[in-house]
Design a protein around this ligand. Sequence first.
Ligand code: PEP
Ligand code: MN
Length: 264
Amino acid sequence: LISRKWRVEPTRIDLGDGVVVGEGSFSIMAGPCSIESEAQIEQVVAHLKENNVKIMRGGVFKPRSSPYAFRGMGMDGLKMFHRICRENDIKIITEVMQVSQIEEMIDYVDVFQVGARNSQNFNLLDSLGEAQKPVLLKRGISGTLEELLQAAEYIFSHGNEKIMLCERGIRSYEGAYRNVLDLNAVPVLKEKTHLPVIVDPSHGIGLRDYVESMSLAAVMAGADGVIYETHQVPEKAFSDGQQTLNFWESERVIERMRKAYDLR
Ligand code: PEP
Ligand code: MN
């Protein structure tokens, strides 16, 4: 069902209020790795508004490698995130980690993110298929494109067609950066499926200094959007600060990506 052979026209996902993700527009989604406080949300929202970015990311349930690391603000954080974004006409994307969270989260999110670690959590995918909310589905840490497409098929086959695929880097032997952002995936996925393809350069390379280059490369590779991490003081971020842009860097990459998209 997610194949271009079955449907030729690109899928466009309407998030309301004129915010549409998919071919024909370039979507920018930005925000901190983790939601940390009311003041933080307000500062990020102000930055996004100044740059006409309509979708904010931010995790409240965080999958962390260490159980002792910050694991997110949970529902209290999500409710605060939702209130501030609604007041400012910004859409919310945040990660859902398990089936039982869908129901409590659903009224507070615009897009559910499925993280790399949950990319093949088939019960979660089945339930998101029934939930009828847009989903951004990340590629698994060592996932093939075929596995990503099959994961999307789980959601789609339950009746939820509002799926964005996300390339976020795959694990390799290379130690110079966190992951290998597989931009090959973009044109290949665009040919195989009608679903929008989004690139996450932050997790893809994992180092702040290179996020801009890879964002621009993603635009030219044909991505329908990017999702990246930004924070008012990345050095103090509760998670992923090393790959998070400050607002000055974020503003610059937004401007350059829009110029690059116009050249495409
Ligand atoms: C994130 O978006 O902060 C995240 C945990 O991403 P991933 O699942 O791609 O590692
Ligand atoms: Mn992160």
